[in-house]
Design a binder for this molecule. Structure first.
Ligand SMILES: [Zn+2]
Length: 239
């Protein structure tokens, strides 16, 4: 299993312009300065990128053609380069943490949970650490950027996004991904216990329903992997 971390400058620019929620408010000043700069370079380009439809002219081919030079100009600005350096430092921290935890997590996921990683490789596009981002985009790729709310945060969420490639999209499967990573992996790495969930609030109800069975899955050898366990939950009418 291989994970490579990348920064795509235009994705970093677009995601930052589109974000209003901070995971670390210490970056607010730098992000605001960057947004002001982008606004100064081109208001129509800014509006198209953040998805604001304010005027029919903003979709004229001339304006849309200007988008690529907008990305070039903003990349040259000092304001962008401050954010880029912060994102590069964050990427280095994530890589160091990932490598330090890799063997322990890999062993837990393959031996205890039964995830068939084989030779699969994954790509993560890192976005700014002061904002909130975490999304699997298929094809073994995902995007991520978020301040560490607790120790080993990026490791746990990288594995969370990776596991999306092995599960379907139902709430039950998402709840299982959260039990495997957000809860059990976090508990193992940080020596804590749950239920004091950290995942999506909309999954709390289904997680409460399967918590007892999940704990049983971890202790028993009745199921040879988590996919058999999922089928057992489905046979009990959970979904
Ligand atoms: Zn998820």
């Amino acid at each position: 299993m291989k994970l490579s971390l990348h920064i795509n400058n235009n994705l970093l620019i677009a995601h930052t312009l589109q974000s209003n929620k901070f995971s670390d408010s210490a970056y607010e000043k730098d992000v605001d300065a960057f947004k002001d700069k982008a606004w100064e370079i081109s208001q129509p380009a800014y509006n198209v990128i953040v998805g604001r439809s304010l005027h029919p002219n903003q979709y004229d081919s001339k304006q849309l053609l200007y988008l690529s030079s907008f990305f070039e100009r903003i990349q040259e600005s000092d304001e962008f380069n401050v954010l880029l350096r912060q994102t590069e430092n964050y990427k280095t921290l994530c890589k160091t943490e990932w490598e330090a935890n890799y063997e322990y997590c890999y062993k837990y996921l393959t031996q205890k949970i039964g995830i068939p990683f084989k030779d699969d490789s994954f790509t993560c596009y890192i976005t700014h650490p002061g904002l909130c981002h975490g999304k699997s985009i298929g094809n073994n790729e995902f995007m991520f950027g978020h301040a560490a709310d607790w120790p080993n945060y990026s490791t746990v969420y990288f594995w969370h996004e990776i596991l999306h490639s092995y599960f379907g999209e139902s709430d039950l499967e998402h709840a299982l991904i959260e039990f495997i990573t957000d809860e059990e992996m976090r508990a193992r790495l940080n020596n804590i216990s749950y239920p004091d969930y950290v995942g999506h609030k909309n999954l709390t109800e289904i997680k409460d329903k399967i918590l007892g069975k999940w704990k049983k899955f971890l202790k028993s050898d009745k199921w040879s992997n988590v996919f058999e366990f999922r089928d057992y939950l489905l046979s009990k009418g959970l979904k």
